[in-house]
Write a protein that binds this ligand. Structure first.
Ligand SMILES: NC(=O)c1ccc[n+]([C@@H]2O[C@H](COP(=O)([O-])OP(=O)(O)OC[C@H]3O[C@@H](n4cnc5c(N)ncnc54)[C@H](OP(=O)(O)O)[C@@H]3O)[C@@H](O)[C@H]2O)c1
Length: 169
């Protein structure tokens, strides 16, 4: 099975994605969108994002990246000491991944290091700037093309954007 890696992220106009381990906004439709996109899939996340979630996301394969090989994870969570070892684990498919789309779900450090790997970016753009301490990298628009956009009114308003790597169009 040939795998495809995707980012899924919600980011403010100034690219902020988090503040002290929390999302700086409350947008239930975005949480629903995240759930619908990721159910049944394998997820790769940084240790800090895993700690913010506080538990494994149900009905998904949770892979956590930490340099601390002794970082304690629940039985249903896989721990990898590098992004490359997480990719390798997915490619080997020893845990029976049945969907070819692997979601990289953050946070900032992990998005930055994996941007060159992804084919799709599902970005919820929140149309306001926020204070924060984690951010999404600038999307290199010479490499990605917007292929879908759904705008939503609200306070703040937001848009569900999908980008695809250009050489794969
Ligand atoms: N808005 C969104 O869509 C969204 C999505 C996800 C997260 N967030 C937010 O983002 C924030 C967390 O992001 P963050 O950038 O601070 O942290 P993060 O990317 O979630 O995790 C960083 C940790 O991952 C591990 N790590 C990173 N690179 C590694 C590598 N190459 N090899 C091995 N381990 C590596 C390290 O863990 P160790 O220190 O254990 O070695 C590092 O401290 C939170 O506020 C969260 O709420 C927002």
């Amino acid at each position: 099975m040939s795998l495809v890696y995707s980012h899924i992220c919600a980011a403010a106009e100034n690219n902020i994605i988090g503040l002290q381990g929390e999302l700086p906004w409350d947008i239930p439709e975005d949480l629903k969108y995240f759930k619908e996109k990721t159910l049944g899939k394998a997820l790769i996340m940084g240790r800090k994002t895993f700690e913010s979630l506080g538990q494994a996301l149900p009905k998904r394969l949770n892979i956590v990246i930490s340099r601390n090989k002794n970082f304690a994870v629940p039985k249903n969570v896989l721990l990898c000491s590098s992004l490359d070892s997480a990719y390798q684990l997915c490619e080997e498919n020893s845990m029976g991944i049945y969907d070819p789309e692997i979601f990289i779900i953050g946070g900032g450090e992990i998005y930055r290091q994996s941007l060159s790997k992804v084919t799709f970016i599902y970005l919820t753009r929140i149309h306001r700037s926020y204070e924060g301490d984690a951010c999404y990298p600038e999307i290199p628009m010479d490499q990605f093309q917007e292929i879908d956009r759904k705008d939503r009114d609200g306070n703040p308003s937001y848009s569900f954007l999908t980008y695809k790597r250009k050489n794969l169009l």
